[in-house]
Design a protein around this ligand. Structure first.
Ligand SMILES: Cc1ncc(COP(=O)(O)O)c(C=O)c1O
Length: 343
């Protein structure tokens, strides 16, 4: 993990574009502290208000790269903005009005990035005129300050072929940077152009005009990202115990999908040549074993999660290792869904 942090910091060290590590990947203050200390960062990216509430204990510059809707959540964001730089993404007039009203009530200013759809087809307005129209609305809404644009090319992160990933990410970023220029041509401030993730950090991060990259997974990596040739190492493992070996070619460990998620496929087995997870149930990982595998009931088995973000969200703590030695226990302090309290 420390090597991943250093490698990413070095990549952005001499670049006008900086890193804004995504806190949602791990929700763990001790990891974020190390990311911030490594330098080349603008602040933290968060996905939820509750992450931001923990994030402000680590930095005064937070981007919630997400739409924030509902007066209760908007009030919580406004409360965080007192004396800090808090920015959210927005793609609707309704969202701007709600955030503007909350900021005005609290007597603070909340930053806005106009969320631009660069092809992921999740949130975001269309690049160009539609983004300009919303940006004008930001500028005209009390309590808000236009900081720029955001365009997350999430659909391109897992594209296996490097050439294709590069060509499509450049095209997506062209639309985003063109939109930023359009805003500036109309006298609107656009200091921030925020985009990117682990799979495109070294493409998006070198496009002229992009000012920050929101990569998250690079810090711990997962089996899904391991398919791509990225300069980061797997650093998160789920440790289970073999509870059954009913036949020689199969064992079962006590780490099912309540311990490691399967939304990006089954996890991989680490350190047992030829072994693979064939299914995950709530509390069971069923593992196919190669002939003669020396695995006995009671043995520990390490899985490499296929997707770190939701896996981290399942655990109260992580154990920090130096080699095989546990050197610390870190709370996953921003896990869960505490924002539901304000629904
Ligand atoms: C808006 C946004 N930005 C950045 C990221 C970070 O991506 P990654 O974990 O692939 O680095 C995500 C991840 O889903 C995201 O939703």
């Amino acid at each position: 993990m420390d090597r991943n942090i250093q490698r990413m910091a070095r990549f952005f060290a001499d670049s006008p574009c900086k890193l804004r590590p995504h806190f949602k990947a791990h929700k763990t203050p001790e990891i974020a502290r190390r990311q911030l200390a490594a330098g080349s960062v603008t602040g933290l990216t968060c996905a939820t208000v509750s992450e931001a509430e923990v994030g402000v204990t680590l930095t005064n510059d937070i981007l919630i790269a997400n739409e924030i809707i509902g007066p209760a959540k908007c009030d919580r964001v406004a409360a965080l903005a007192r004396g800090r730089s808090i920015t959210i993404a927005a793609d609707s007039i309704a969202g701007l009005e709600q955030m503007g009203a909350a900021a005005t009530r609290a007597g603070v200013t909340v930053g806005i990035l106009v969320d631009v759809n660069v092809g992921q087809n999740r949130c975001g307005v269309a690049p160009g005129e539609e983004a300009l129209t919303l940006a004008r609305r930001v500028a005209a809404t009390g309590g808000l300050r236009l900081r720029g644009v955001m365009g997350y090319e999430g659909h391109l992160q897992p594209v296996f072929d490097r050439g294709e990933r590069e060509a499509r990410a450049r095209q997506a970023m062209e639309a985003l940077v063109r939109t930023a220029h359009l805003l500036e041509e109309h006298g609107l401030p656009c200091d921030t152009v925020s985009a990117g993730g682990t799979g495109t950090h070294d493409i998006t991060g070198r496009v002229a005009g992009v000012t920050e990259v929101q990569a998250g997974s690079y810090v711990l990596m997962d089996a899904d990202y391991a398919r791509l040739e990225l300069p980061f190492e797997q650093a998160l493992f789920v440790l289970g115990t073999v509870v059954s070996r009913p036949v020689p070619e199969r064992c079962v460990a006590d780490c099912g999908h309540k311990a490691t998620t399967k939304d990006h496929g089954n996890p991989c087995v680490d350190g047992v040549e030829g072994a693979s997870v064939v299914s995950l149930n709530d509390e069971h990982a069923t593992i196919a074993l190669p002939p003669g595998a020396a695995i006995a009931i009671g043995d520990r088995i390490r899985l490499r999660p296929s997707h770190i973000d939701p896996t981290m969200n399942l655990h109260d703590v992580v154990y920090a290792l130096d080699g095989d030695r546990v050197i610390d226990t870190w709370p996953v302090a921003a896990r869960g869904y505490p924002e539901q309290r304000s629904l």
